[in-house]
Design a protein around this ligand. Structure first.
Ligand code: NAG
Length: 270
């Protein structure tokens, strides 16, 4: 047995719930930071109950989530568009299914994608991106807006929130039938920062399910919103490799730290 196999065995004993994820990691598929696209242990959302959810698709395949906050503007994560040509992407609103056409859907091209100018793919700083759709969405019962928070609001530790997305249901890429969601609570930034060895800045917010039953810490869907009360407080940014690994809680971009940047981009684009 080579060192790889004994590592696999040791990890399987430590994390018996998710041996496939460990195998995927050893094969090099599980690079932390980019694979945060999973809602695990959540529930299927009531169809169209989250009408602000946007599905960003490349070649017809769901790539990232996003949130509609104005009729022509979607907020998502910068890592979703880093080194990607947004002219090849479509934004689908009013969807429940990640792949099938539905009569409620409105499909858009992206007129402009604006990554935060100081986005850093290594440190995940400023992982935020604005998408201007090629026309205004028609608001309906299945297409609607979610508010952004006020500038500088920092959700307190223990705040109950919800994360929603079409990401895979397992480390092995099983796709959901419809939009999924799961409950999470905001974590203290200091302890989260310690878990992430100093990578968490004041412009990030951490959350987890707080329950081992839910295999928390793996409940992300890149670019999608962290919904606390009536506002999109966070954007799914990065998470750890292993589901249920308490050493790496999910980390979100703190939207309230970017309100003036967002207003500025929208103003300039008029
Ligand atoms: C996180 O930890 C690093 C290293 O200790 C520190 O430089 C940074 O300021 C911390 N971030 C926050 C938000 O406290």
């Amino acid at each position: 047995m080579g060192p790889g196999w004994s590592r696999l065995l040791a990890l399987s004993l430590l994390f018996p719930i998710d041996p496939l994820g460990i195998l995927a990691f050893l094969l090099g598929w599980g690079l932390p930071g980019c694979k945060g696209s999973r809602i695990i242990g959540g529930r299927e959302a009531k169809p169209h109950s989250r009408p602000y959810m946007a599905s960003v698709r490349f070649l017809g395949e769901h790539h990232c989530g996003g949130v509609l906050f104005m009729a022509q503007w979607v907020l998502t994560a910068a890592h979703c568009f880093f080194n990607k040509d947004s002219s090849h992407a479509l934004v689908v609103l009013g969807a429940h299914s990640p792949s099938d056409p539905e009569p409620t859907q409105q499909v858009f091209r992206i007129q402009r994608s604006i990554l935060h100018p100081y986005y850093d793919p290594v440190s995940h700083q400023n992982d935020i991106c604005l998408l201007k759709l090629n026309r205004k969405a028609v608001l309906s019962s299945s297409v609607g807006l979610l508010k952004l928070p006020r500038e500088g609001v920092d959700p307190e530790q223990g705040t109950k929130c919800l994360v929603s997305g079409w990401g895979s249901l397992s480390d092995f890429g099983e796709s959901p039938q419809g939009l999924m969601e799961t409950d999470v609570s905001v974590l203290g930034r200091e302890s989260c920062n310690r878990s992430w060895k100093g990578q968490v800045s004041s412009k990030m917010v951490c959350a987890n399910s707080g329950s081992w039953k839910h295999n928390g810490f793996c409940t992300a869907d890149s670019g999608g919103p962290l919904i606390c009360g009536e506002a999109a407080q966070g954007i799914v940014s990065f998470s750890g490799t292993w589901c249920g690994d308490p050493s790496t809680p999910d980390v979100y971009t703190l939207v309230s730290a970017y309100i003036s940047w967002i207003q500025c981009v929208i103003q300039e684009s008029k």
